[in-house]
Design a protein around this ligand. Sequence first.
Ligand code: FAD
Ligand code: 2HG
Ligand code: ZN
Length: 474
Amino acid sequence: MNSLEKFPEKFITDLKTIINPRDFITDEEQINPRLTDWVGYADGKSSLMLTPRNTQEVSSILKLCNNYKIPIVPQGGNTGSVAGAIPNGEIILNMTKMNSIREINPKDYTVTVDAGCILEKVHELAIKSNRFFPLSIGSQGTCTIGGNISTNAGGISVLKYGNMRDLVLGLEVVLPNGEIWNGLRRLRKDNTGYALKHIFMGAEGTLGIITGACLRLFPEIREKTTAFASLRDLDSCIELLELLRSEAGDSLSSYELIPGIGLGIAITYGDKIIEPLSKRYEWNVIIEFSGTKNDGDTKLNLENALNKAIENGIILDATIANSLKQAASIWKIRKAIVEYQPRLGGEIKHDVAVPISNVPEFIKEANDAVRKVIPHIRPVAYGHIGDGNVHYNVCPPLQYDNIKFKEKTEEIHKVVYDVAFKFGGSFAAEHGVGVVKKNEMIRYKSDTEINLMRLIKLSIDQNQIMNPGKLFDN
Ligand code: FAD
Ligand code: 2HG
Ligand code: ZN
């Protein structure tokens, strides 16, 4: 059991009248897994975790914390990539017990859920109503809708459906003073002044607690076709994207870059992953076409498009999945890169965005830049290039000293982000800022932007109790 000595006695007594004893957690065994993140950035501390069950409880907790100026850290599934949900001594407000579906309206193509709902549960529910919810990320069995909204999550379907921000119609938010803002509108059009919901989306828990959300649904996807294609060279990834778009328009739903080194990682360390082509090439893509009719069109269109790409010399080889099993086996390659990349002696991660047409130049220049810092360093540039989002992760040269590699982290970050900046890019495409990228906020954002953000923060959270030390220092 953790000690609660650091809190005023009356605060704790009052807290216990708000929340059920089973949701007032001091047990280290339950708290400890919530103090570290999957990337290994953070080693947090907290002696108290609260797991509210409804909006009213969240409101009462925040009101009390605000009165005592006691800070809290909102947490969903704790799958974030920038240590944004990790406490540094603050109370954890974990939302995973607020996980009900409030209402589904198939005719309106909407679903309203508690913020602690697991993303996969929303997928399953949508399918049961012959609808589709498109946010698709590797952590979907654990991450929550509140976390997805607070990080404005991206993933593999952004090029067709947009980021999480584009999938939210309305929000319910508890403000730091405990006031509840019910903005759970199911409207597609609502031009009534400032679009307040957008302030809380991507705010990484620094402005309030999202307790509920009304999400957009789409027509059910009845057919998908997945392919793995090897590119002539890096430049041809843009030529192929153009060709696919002009041939198939909206049915292109995923376009992911897979470098040869990434494929090698998947085959070497992944579980029974099959080499997709007879030969391994330096640059490859996973392509997915999807459609709402079950008429074989996605396969036909993808076949035609890939044939054209071969004729034009844009791709060298390709394979189209003939079954769900084969498609899953292609996607397994993508997942395995994320999981097993650290096996190459560690990794320094960058989640970068540049204008789509600049992806090849960005990768080439970043490769040159990191090789100047550490000759023979091994870049693994992969990911959602259909939206210009490159996961530009780098691994050390073979047999390189681990400590020496870690010591180069800041230098490597700087050269990579400088290249992205040069192309008008972003140092945080889809994972957010958290604690990990606070320096970059200062380096690459204008004073005007930072000042506006601080003004918004201070006008909503005067006592700075919401997720302190995240995005920028208080
Ligand atoms: P947490 O990690 O718990 O929290 C994230 C941030 O949101 C924190 O700042 C926290 O304080 C805040 N927060 C959480 N809930 C609330 C709430 N209710 N109200 C206010 N603030 C809140 N991300 C992508 O964008 N694209 C990907 O493709 C992707 N793939 C991933 C693959 C794997 C294997 C893993 C482990 C992660 C991946 N991620 C990806 C990162 C991560 O899953 C997302 O950022 C996700 O949206 C986080 O959701 P969560 O519920 O786990 O949030
Ligand atoms: C993904 O696209 C995630 O799989 C994780 O965003 C990427 O950090 C990474 O390597
Ligand atoms: Zn990603």
